[in-house]
Design a protein around this ligand. Structure first.
Ligand code: PRP
Ligand code: URA
Length: 206
């Protein structure tokens, strides 16, 4: 599994804002959107392209355009914070949704919704801000692969080493793009130093 961390100074600046307890939901949401734009560019920098003949106002030339469709699948709820930047950058993206929720006592995620577009022969980006135990990401990737997805990528804001190891064990072919690889999980399976419960901070449900 390859891990690509977004080291751009702006990404780290935005992540610091997300981590701070002084950031309330109305400021948390735009920070998440702006950081996702940077992550989206990282995660798509090798998309296949094809040549296409065009004419500029001065002369004919061979331009290059994206070769194939792109699919983005946010894991509900927190992944919704990352959807809009992808749709702005790639307006004809296809969007699927996977609903997963961790049990508060066991931290094991269970599925409550799945609606996928065609993922065969597409680049599919599974987006979820927090990779903690890796249980949610692994379930989502399994659903995408079962639907025919082959080029599957995982885009997170913060990853824990435990989650990276779990995804690497189950899906070594899936690259990870993240803004930070944090230290460890605590005994409640929250990422440290992390940023707390992303969904709660996004939607003000603390
Ligand atoms: C959070 C987060 C991930 C998951 C990560 O979601 O958004 O989906 O936990 O944890 P894991 O790697 O241990 O599976 P949560 O279950 O809290 O649901 P929410 O997005 O609805 O808040
Ligand atoms: N989900 C979150 O939102 N935060 C964590 O630290 C772990 C799982």
């Amino acid at each position: 599994m390859t891990i690509q961390l977004c080291t751009h100074p702006l990404a780290q600046h935005l992540l610091t804002g997300l981590r701070s307890t002084e950031t309330d939901p109305q400021h948390f949401r735009p920070l998440a959107r702006r950081l996702t734009t940077l992550l989206a560019l990282e995660a798509t920098q090798d998309l296949p392209m094809v040549a296409t003949p065009i004419t500029t106002p001065l002369e004919p030339m061979e331009g290059r355009v994206l070769a194939q469709g792109l699919v983005v699948i946010p894991i509900l709820r927190a992944g919704l914070a990352m959807l809009e930047p992808f749709m702005e950058l790639f307006p004809n993206v296809s969007v699927g949704y996977i609903g997963l929720e961790r049990d508060h006592a066991t931290a094991v995620a269970s599925s409550y919704y799945c609606k996928l577009p065609n993922v065969a022969r597409q680049t599919t980006l599974v987006v979820d801000p927090m990779l903690a135990t890796g249980g949610s990401a692994n379930q989502a990737i399994e659903l995408v692969k079962a639907a025919g997805g082959t080029d599957v990528r995982l885009v997170c804001v913060v990853a824990a080493p435990e989650g990276v190891a779990a995804v690497n064990a189950a899906h070594p072919d899936v690259p990870l793009y993240a803004a930070s690889l944090d230290r460890q999980l605590n005994d409640k399976k929250y990422i440290c130093p992390g940023l707390g419960d992303f969904g709660d901070r996004l939607y003000g449900t603390l």
